[in-house]
Design a protein around this ligand. Structure first.
Ligand code: GRF
Length: 218
């Protein structure tokens, strides 16, 4: 029988990456299950999709706290109460303090829509187009206190096509994200990818963390 790691997903909005993880967890031999979805925004559309999938959702609204630490204390409590073993940020738009990050060190993943370490932060696609890169993509990495930094689990590349708008590139990258995050979580949850020093070592397959996705025809 597959031993499943208990996953807590953190969202702030649409939650399409969360939905991709929910779908992956339906596979009978997938090594993870989502036990809670927590949003820092009450209006996050992703909460409804979590509920439709039968996953308990919770709102911990950061605006009702006077400090980051107070917000994170309740977040940590909720994750522990749900017996979460591994956190997946999925469009979670909140910087976390060192205390929280260290408490979940090497048990906390994030997805970012660029090939890190390039284009950290916001407006990645605009900046990628502006810089004239011909390949962009996405990265799943372990969370550290610096924004969009930390040991890289897996990356996927997509082409930047002539005349792309930021929205067109974002859509192509997002499609790659939906394939990459389930793969990366599978690698980590199964113990086939783990942090050694400040790099991720892949036990089973050396190239499993590197994926080139071609755009869909048409
Ligand atoms: C994704 O592009 C993710 O990489 C970034 O924010 C976006 C969230 O999208 N961190 P969704 O909420 O998963 O649909």
């Amino acid at each position: 029988m597959t031993v499943r790691k208990r996953i807590g997903v953190l969202i702030s909005g649409r939650g399409s990456n969360m939905s991709a993880l929910i779908n992956a967890c339906k596979e009978p031999d997938y090594p993870a299950e989502i036990v809670t979805v927590i949003s820092n925004r009450p209006e996050a559309p992703g909460l409804e999709n979590a509920a439709l999938a039968g996953i308990p959702g919770e709102v911990i609204d950061h605006t009702s706290y006077s400090s980051r630490e107070a917000f994170e204390k309740d977040l940590d409590k909720a994750l522990n109460e749900a017996e979460v073993e591994l956190i997946c940020n999925a469009g979670f738009m909140r910087l976390l303090t060192q205390g929280f990050v260290e408490a979940w060190r090497d048990r906390h993943l994030n997805i970012h829509p660029s090939l890190l370490p390039a284009f950290k932060g916001l407006h990645t696609h605009e900046r990628a187009i502006e810089a004239g890169v011909t390949i962009s993509g996405c990265t799943v990495h372990f969370v550290r206190t610096q924004m969009d930094a930390g040991p890289i689990v897996a990356q996927a590349a997509v082409p930047v096509l002539a005349g792309d708008t930021a929205d067109q590139l974002a859509a192509r990258v997002l499609e790659a994200e939906h394939r990459l995050y389930p793969l990366a979580l599978k690698l980590v949850a199964s113990g086939n990818a783990r942090v050694e020093g400040e790099r991720v070592i892949h036990r089973a397959f050396h190239s499993a963390g590197n994926t080139l996705f071609a755009p869909e025809p048409g």
